[in-house]
Design a binder for this molecule. Sequence first.
Ligand code: KIV
Length: 279
Amino acid sequence: MSIRPQSPAPATPAPGKLPVTELTEMKARRQPIVMVTAYDAPGGRLADAAGADLVLVGDSAAMTVLGHDSTVPATMEEMLILTRAVTRGARRPLVIADMPFGSFQVSDEEALHNAIRFVKEAGADAVKLEGAGPTLTRVAAIVGAGIPVMGHIGLTPQSATMLGGFKAQGRTAEKALQLLADARALEAAGCFSVVLEAVPAPVARRVSEGLSIPTIGIGAGGATDAQVLVINDLLGINATVPRFARKYADLRSVMTDAVTAFVVDVQGGAFPDEEHSYS
Ligand code: KIV
C-alpha cells in the first residue's frame, strides 16, 4: 500500500516535485536554474514539459493577462484563480505564487493569512514578496509557518512610482551596497531565493557571490544563479518586448494569422466544410 496520498494535500510535495532544498545545491554546483512565468494550466504544463525548474505565477498577470497598465491592480482572488490553474498543470517545477500589492503590506498577520491561502486554496509550493525593509518581518512570519518564500529586490514593479518609474536600480555605489545588504537580510529572514530585477550585471554578480541562496535574474546579466523571463515576452505574444528579454518565438503573428484565416474562411463560406460537420 502506498504511504503517499493519491492527490497530495496542499503544501505536501507531490511525487516528482523538485525539492526546494535542491536549489541551493544547484547553485553550489553552478548548475543554472530556470524560472518562467505562467498564468494558466496549459502554461504550467508547457513550462514543466520544457524542463523549467520554477514556475512563477507573477502578478505581471495584471498586465499580460488582465490588460492593466501596471501590476498594482492584481487582487488576491485573481491571483488565487491563476495559481490554482498553474498548479494543475505543473508537476515537477516548484510553483511560486506572487503576493499581489496590498496582500502583505498591512501586517505580518495579514501577510501570513494570505500566504496560507495560496498554499491551501491554490496548491502553491511557495510565495514571492517584493521588497526588503518592512517586508523582512513578513518573510520571517511566513517562513516561520513553514511556507518557502522567494524575495524580490531591485526594480520592484509594485512600488515603481516610489522608485521613479520602471528603470534599472542599484546604479550608484551606495545603492548597490544597499541592494547587497537587502539581499543578505532577505536570506537571513529565511528566503530560499531572491529575484534581482533590472540591476547592473556587476552588481548582480556581487550580490550572487554574497549569498548562499540562489539569485534569480531578470535584466540582471548572466552571473545570477537563475534566469527568469515573462512567458509572454519569450513567446512574442505582447506587442513590445523589454530590452532585456529575448523573443524566442513570434506567437503574436502566428496567432493573428490563424484567427484571421478563420475569419476569412467563415466569411467566405469555407468553414465549416463536410470534414468538420456531423453527417
Ligand atoms: O510578476 C512577475 O512576473 C515577476 C517577474 C518579472 C520576476 O515578478
